[in-house]
Structure formats: C-alpha cells, structure tokens
Design a binder for this molecule. Sequence first.
Ligand code: SF4
Ligand code: SF4
Ligand code: SF4
Length: 167
Amino acid sequence: MTTAPSRRAFLRGRFQETAPLRPFGAIAEFQFSENCTGCGDCVRACPEAIIVQERAGLPVLDLNAGGCTFCGECITACETGALTEGASWTWKADATQACLSRNAVQCRTCQDHCDERAIRFQLLPGGRAEPKFDADLCTGCGACSAPCPVGAIKLTQFNPPKEAQSC
Ligand code: SF4
Ligand code: SF4
Ligand code: SF4
C-alpha cells in the first residue's frame, strides 16, 4: 500500500530532483543503493518493460518506454527488500520550458494521455498555454511522459517535511 502525502503536507513540503527514479516500491535512496544487488529481477518482472538498469546495475524507470501501472510485479520479484509494499510513491509530473504549448505551439498530448485528468491548460497571451498539473490528482504514473513530442514531461520527487513523516 502506498502512502500519498496529504494536501497540507504537500503544500508545506518541497520537491527535489536529485534522486533517481527507482521502480515503484523503492525504499529511501540511501538504503536502496545498499539493499539492491542489481540482480535485474524487477527488470524481467515488469510487464510494461519500463525498468532498465543503470551503468552500475541499479534499476530506474525509463518513462520513454511507457508509464507505471503500479501493478507491483517488481515488488513481488524483489527478494532483497529494496522494493517493498510499504514504500511511499512521491513522484509528480510537471512540464519543462520545452513544452510546445508554453511556446505558442498547439499541443494537448499529455492531457489526452492522463487518465486521472490531472492536467489543465491556462491560456496566456500570444497563443501560449501553461500546462497545470494538479498534484492532488497526479499519481506520478508517468503515462504522459512518453507521448510528449518534445520530452518535456519530468517527474519530480516530493520530499515531505519532517513533521509530516512518521517516526
Ligand atoms: S509496478 Fe508494475 S508497471 Fe510499475 S515498474 Fe513495477 S512491474 Fe513495472
Ligand atoms: S505533451 Fe509535452 S509539449 Fe505537449 S502540452 Fe504536454 S508537456 Fe507540452
Ligand atoms: S504522471 Fe500520470 S497522473 Fe500525473 S499527469 Fe502524468 S499521466 Fe496524469
């Protein structure tokens, strides 16, 4: 079971971009890199084929290959505890400045691929439109990423404030 941050905690928290995008169920990065042996069991288990191994052998998600369905097959396959059912999934989508709509080119591709209806567009002067990602609705599945024609979708990890974390 995942633990989604509350809206209040979300607003009081902050985002960080440093951690690698590990598979669903990954424990905290400093523990993950100690527990994961780079065996590749999760890579082979993923029915969406979106897990790849970094040069060091540790798994990351390749959202160019598709989105995560949160099926948990990677967790089941992991025998080291590096992927567990109790780990929070705190990734949320956003668009970089490369977004076509931000640059006055008509595009709603990401919105068309979001089952959660988490993406809206705010019309701006000059034919531009700002994509707005609703962090309460976004599950961080990454399904919007691969279809983006310019690779403008990035998942960013929400870092809960200390008071919102359990002891
Ligand atoms: S939860 Fe399922 S779709 Fe997502 S990375 Fe794991 S095996 Fe792949
Ligand atoms: S699919 Fe990519 S380019 Fe198109 S609106 Fe979404 S983020 Fe922008
Ligand atoms: S990551 Fe998933 S839920 Fe979030 S905006 Fe993209 S498609 Fe929608």
